[in-house]
Design a protein around this ligand. Sequence first.
Ligand code: CNA
Length: 342
Amino acid sequence: MPSNGKPDLSTMADYITKGGVSSVVVMVGAGISTAAGIPDFRSPKTGLYHNLSRLKLPYAEAVFDIDYFRKQPEAFYTLAQELYPGKFKPTLFHSFLKVLEEKGILRRVYTQNIDTLEEIAGVEADKVVYAHGSFAENHCIDCHAEMSKEDLREIMEKDDIPRCKKCKGLVKPDIVFFGENLPARFFKLLDNDLSAADLVIVAGTSLQVHPFASLPSQVSCPRILFNLEAVGDFGRRKTDVIRLGACDEGIRDLADQCGWGKRLTELWESKSKKWKSVEEEEEAGAKTQKEVLKAVNQEAKEEKIDGEDKESKEVEKITEQISGIEIADETSSKETSSKSKV
Ligand code: CNA
């Protein structure tokens, strides 16, 4: 990479287009999908954790806690309805991934997202690693029997909670909950991908969930961050480029500077036309979610028969459980294979 002065997006565009780059690894999170209408977790006011506060979760990440799921599966299924693939169209950032693939330089996309918008944007399945699992398969959490996507979807559409046909246990999509291992494919590909990378692009993630959060610090090549805020150890290296702001704007800028702006627009428009407007989808989704929330709130009220005392004991119990969850720091995270929060 040219090293005169502090690198910026135009330096990176030169590095990419003048033959310096053949193996781009992209690491993304919920922020690349917010423009599609899918809320992220942590953005104040609009994030899912904020919205789920109506469910009176004992702590925000309880929605992805297996013990909490056993007691209150409605919280997870409220979220699942919101994120279920097929409702949303890809963003410009997703289409940029396809541009990289077309240029023959996309090594891999590591995504924490479960919305599958990377593949909906046309990126080949073998280029995508769903680090936190996906809705592709569903299993009973007790006897592990599989439930088809179609069956699960039908049950969810009726606002019911999917239960195993064999043992009546709760069924959950293979999304990685806190304390659960990441998919084997993540570990199979990671080391080789990171060593091969000559450019890493990180976007739309708060880098709060390990082991994913430590990935950007494990590479030695130049890195670009597209995010609303600075995250992780970005900025500590002279070769880092940080583009704060909406990632669609940042990626448009990079694409234009690479001379790929027209192709990006073409790809994005070709995918967007197949989808209903996000507003239409949101309207439909909001109705369903409202009904679920109503039912959950009703149950919560009924459960309050023992008053505040019972509730605070429950919170205490869950707090004890959280302290059992591994809290990873930068050093230990490299060895951990299960999902945990910073
Ligand atoms: P997060 O913790 O909510 O962080 C999102 C980050 O993106 C924050 O730093 C925001 O500032 C930033 N951001 C939000 N909007 C934009 C934007 N338009 N442009 C640039 N930056 C933006 O989400 P993470 O992905 O870091 O957390 C990991 C969790 C989130 C994973 O386990 C996911 O499963 C989970 N999640 C996924 C989805 C999805 O599939 N779309 C949605 C919500 C949560």
